[in-house]
Structure formats: structure tokens, C-alpha cells
Design a protein around this ligand. Structure first.
Ligand code: HMG
Ligand code: MG
Length: 334
């Protein structure tokens, strides 16, 4: 039985833009978030508090977070790989943050933070410069302080379906990280196919391991679409009842430490499939396509989303027809 409702977690502003060679202005990043929330998305990953030396594209994290006009009911999340990242996300005060703090300051804070560990030892070293066990130990105080500040903590398990350095990754290796995340109190487990090599049976096996330790409502899929498998993998997850998926508008994205990996599955493509299946998301496809066209325009290219491109082409044809009709003498060309 498929779920009747799916939550889409928009990761384009973070996962997408972290991998762009050309700089994107802070104003454009903020405008992208505004357009995404206007489409009805309720969960948006807006930036990451990582080292600007490692990921210069996210160096304006605090400005982006502070510049967003918050929309009611939207959860804003950021990546925080260590205490320094969490302090940055909390405006320099991870220790003194109180749950439910109101006012100006809390309006600048995220609602949720994301920690990320790899299922492959080799990737962990390249992405965050330490072993899997060390990375999870680093998260322990982050999780504690985030909880004390009233924030939810999502965990992402990178390379759960394959690693650019190690190759194959087993379901046992995935479960090892799931267990470690659970032990330190991470609230949510995201199974991430960083390089997009997963296929439905392998995805199912990895998801089953996550579901041994987390309830359905706290498990999600994050599928990069490098090999064109992401929609098939989401479909396999839907069959299992999984109903939360990360996706990136216009198919933006990749990971700076997984060369050749393309963006996440495009949010427009996932939404088109879900709409066709009668599964509710609360997201307006036309407005989402607008957001994808906007950021693709900023980047100077067409959206990578097939649905986005198809709907934009259909709009162009309709506009041409309307212009021809307007120009034609009345009664002609109709
Ligand atoms: P490190 O070098 O091991 O850390 O980096 P360190 O503690 O030795 O510090 C080194 C320098 O970085 C110091 O500065 C620190 O202050 C600074 P220096 O003294 O040299 O001037 N530093 C920081 N600055 C700002 N914010 C911070 C921070 N931490 C240290 N939070 C670290 C460790 C994790 C920070 C580093 O390796 C890093 O930033 N890596 C980038 C990782 C990243 O952003 N990867 C992409 C996101 S993950 C992803 O895309 C996967 C996902 O989408 C799921 C999937 O698809 O798989 C989630
Ligand atoms: Mg990713």
C-alpha cells in the first residue's frame, strides 16, 4: 500500500548550491528559498555551517539564514557537522540556547540541524576528514546541544548505496551507522545515495536496515540521480511505506567530495510522479517550476528537471499561440 501523503524535503539551496562552480549571490539564495516556500514546500534545507575553506559556496550561511522571511509552518534546516557549525547556526550561542526561546534571535535560528556520516570509511575521510566512529563521536555534543536548544536533529548516511572510493557498500555497513546515530540520539535517519548508483533492490535492503532502528515516520530517502535511478528508488521506498524524500529543485546539486555525482532527484520530477499516483504533497507544481526556472536562470542554464523542462516548453508554446492569436485579425488563427 502506498502512502497517501508524502513530505518533500527541499535540499536545493544547500545540496544544490554547495556544488556550483559559479558564485551565487546571497540575495539570489534567499530569493530561491522564498520561491520554494511559496510553492508550498514545508521543509527546506537552506545552507550549511561547514568550513568555508572546504565549501566556499556556503560561506554566507549566517546571512542566508538571517535573510529569509520565515513562512508559517515551514521548517528550515541547516547542516552542522561539528560544534563550531552548531554555534554558527545558533548565532554563536550553542551552550546558552534554551528550548523555545522567542523573539528576534530564535527567528534567525534553524528549526532543525543535520549531521552526516558515511557508511563507507574511505568517504568519511574525504568528506569530513575523520573516521566514521570519530564523526559520530563529534556529533554527540552537537545532538545534545541541539536538543537543549529545542531543535530536531536529522542524520544523513552518505554513500549508503555505494562509495566513489571504496565501491560497494553493504547493508551491514549501513546498519552500523544507523545504530551509531540512534545511540547518540539522532532523531531521524536519512538514507543517502550520494553517487546515485543504487537500484531498487539494494535501496530496499538499505531502507530495511534503517527501519529496524527508526520508525517509518523518521526514515527518508535522499537519492542523487547520477545514473537515472532515483525515481525508481523512490517508488521502491513508497512500496515500503516510506513517505519522506529529499529532492532538489531543478535537479541542482552534487557533493564536492564525490566527483562526477550529479544533483539530487529533481523535486519537480518527484512531484509529477506523486501527483500522477494520487499522493498528496501540498506543493504546487507550477510555482515549483517557476522556482526551478528562476535559479536555473541565475546559473545560466536550463533546469535539469525533465518535468521542469517539459512544462516550460509547454508554456512557451501556449504563449506563442496566444501571441499569434492576439496578432491575427479577429476570427483568424483560432
Ligand atoms: P577539519 O579540517 O577536520 O576541522 O574539518 P578542524 O576542526 O581541524 O578545523 C579546521 C579549520 O576549519 C579551522 O579553521 C576551523 O575553525 C574550521 P582554521 O583554524 O584552519 O582557520 N572549521 C569550521 N569553520 C566553519 N564552520 C565549521 C567549521 N569546522 C571547522 N563548522 C569539517 C571538519 C567537517 C568542518 C570539514 O571537513 C568540512 O567542513 N567539510 C565539508 C563537508 C561538507 O560540507 N560536505 C558536503 C555536505 S555533505 C553532503 O553533501 C552529503 C549529503 O547531501 C547526503 C549525501 O548525498 O550523501 C548530506
Ligand atoms: Mg546529497
Amino acid at each position: 500500500m502506498f502512502p497517501t501523503q508524502v513530505t518533500l524535503v527541499e535540499v536545493g539551496p544547500r545540496d544544490g548550491l554547495q556544488n556550483e562552480a559559479a558564485p551565487v549571490s546571497t540575495a539570489h539564495k534567499i530569493e530561491l528559498v522564498h520561491r520554494l516556500q511559496a510553492s508550498g514546500l514545508k521543509e527546506i534545507e537552506v545552507t550549511s555551517f561547514v568550513s568555508p575553506k572546504w565549501v566556499p559556496q556556503m560561506a554566507d550561511n549566517a546571512e542566508v539564514l538571517a535573510g529569509i522571511r520565515r513562512a508559517p509552518g515551514v521548517r528550515y534546516s541547516v547542516l552542522t557537522p561539528n560544534m563550531k557549525g552548531l554555534e554558527g547556526a545558533l548565532g554563536g550561542d550553542a551552550g546558552g540556547a534554551e528550548a523555545g526561546a522567542g523573539g528576534e534571535e530564535s527567528a534567525r535560528r534553524p528549526d532543525e540541524v543535520v549531521v552526516f556520516a558515511a557508511a563507507s570509511e574511505a568517504f568519511s575521510r574525504r568528506n569530513i576528514n575523520c573516521s566514521i566512529a570519530e564523526s559520530v563521536e563529534r556529533f554527540r555534543p552537537v545532538v545534545e546541544a541541539a536538543h537543549a536548544a529545542g531543535l530536531k536533529v536529522r542524520g544523513a548516511i552518505s554513500c549508503a548505496l555505494g562509495c566513489p572510493y571504496q565501491g560497494e557498500v553493504t547493508a551491514d555497513e549501513v546498519e552500523n551507522v544507523v545504530r551509531l546515530m540512534k545511540a547518540i540520539g539522532v532523531d531521524h535517519c536519512g538514507v543517502a545515495d550520494t553517487i546515485g548508483v543504487g537500484t531498487p533492490r539494494a535501496v530496499r535492503a538499505a531502507m530495511e536496515r534503517a527501519l529496524k532502528h527508526y520508525p517509518l515516520v523518521e526514515v527518508s530517502g535522499h537519492f542523487h540521480d547520477t545514473y537515472g535511478q532515483a525515481l525508481a528508488n523512490i517508488y521502491a521506498c513508497l512500496e515500503m511505506g516510506v513517505h519522506t524524500f529529499d529532492a532538489s529543485v531543478a535537479g541542482l546539486g552534487g557533493c564536492p567530495y564525490a566527483k562526477g555525482a550529479t544533483g539530487n532527484v529533481a523535486t519537480e520530477d518527484v512531484l509529477f510522479m506523486l501527483q500522477g499516483m494520487g499522493i498528496a504533497t501540498g506543493v504546487d507544481l507550477d510555482r515549483l517550476v517557476d522556482a526551478g526556472a528562476f535559479i536555473s536562470g541565475v546559473l545560466g542554464r536550463a533546469p535539469a528537471s525533465r518535468t521542469g523542462r517539459a512544462l516550460l516548453a509547454r508554456r512557451a508554446v501556449a504563449a506563442e499561440l496566444a501571441a499569434a492569436n492576439a496578432a491575427a485579425p479577429s476570427g483568424a488563427a483560432r
